[in-house]
Design a protein around this ligand. Structure first.
Ligand code: SF4
Length: 217
């Protein structure tokens, strides 16, 4: 639960961020609640579309993936879930196919107050979709992800977001022991292979939904 004064500060920060995203070619909006953000995110999906997503606690907190799976089961849309298949080969094939989706949903590891997204991936499928492929990318952001500048955004990723993610995924990287990044270079155990900094959106593909909540990590 966020304190009322912090919520008010977030509102002001959110409006500032919307303007900064728009200056960089993104479209952006600020939602007050998780419910409002879920409704807005799902409004980008129409019958017959192919949709996909990157790994994201934020999306699960919104209930977006559950809702999309229901629509898939009802035959309204096609969900491409690159995390669902059992084998790595099948996962790879589905993650590659996700790049052809109409709408791709994701969170972000960090965002700067002047509207730059920063994301680190282990395999790269999520940042690949952010960079190129899906017709629309919806990025949902809790206000806990906002950082003063790019340096602090990158520190947030390595010191907060990624160790928690490694623990969530049960990956035996050193940060699951230490709780902080030790800049590991263990090929089989790192989830930090590549970092993408998105400073402009020249194609109009990326829509940002900020939420006045703490979401993900
Ligand atoms: S580089 Fe290694 S130790 Fe650092 S956060 Fe990533 S997985 Fe953890």
């Amino acid at each position: 639960m966020i304190n009322d004064n912090v919520k008010e500060a977030n509102r002001r920060k959110g409006q500032y961020l919307v303007k900064n995203f728009e200056k960089r070619g993104f479209t952006a909006e600020f939602c007050e609640t998780v419910e409002e953000a879920r409704e807005r995110a799902l409004s980008f999906v129409s019958e017959g579309m192919k949709v996909s997503w990157g790994g994201s606690v934020t999306l699960d907190q919104l209930g977006v993936r559950d809702e999309l799976r229901k629509r898939d089961a009802a035959g309204e849309i096609e969900v491409i879930d690159g995390y669902a298949p059992e084998t790595k080969e099948e996962q790879f094939a589905e993650k590659a196919r996700a790049l052809t989706s109409d709408v791709f949903f994701m969170g972000t590891n960090a965002v700067t107050i002047d509207g730059i997204l920063a994301n680190t991936d282990g395999n790269g499928n999520r940042v690949a979709a952010l960079c190129f492929g899906p017709k629309k990318v919806i990025v949902v952001i809790g206000m806990n992800k906002v950082c003063p500048d790019l340096d602090s955004a990158l520190k947030r990723i390595s010191q907060e977001a990624t160790p928690a993610n490694a623990i969530r995924l049960g990956i035996p990287s050193p940060c699951t022991e230490t709780g902080k990044c030790v800049d590991c270079g263990i090929q089989a155990h790192t989830i930090c292979s590549m970092t993408v900094v998105t400073r402009m959106c020249t194609t109009g593909r990326i829509h940002v939904i900020m939420v006045n909540e703490d979401l993900g990590f």
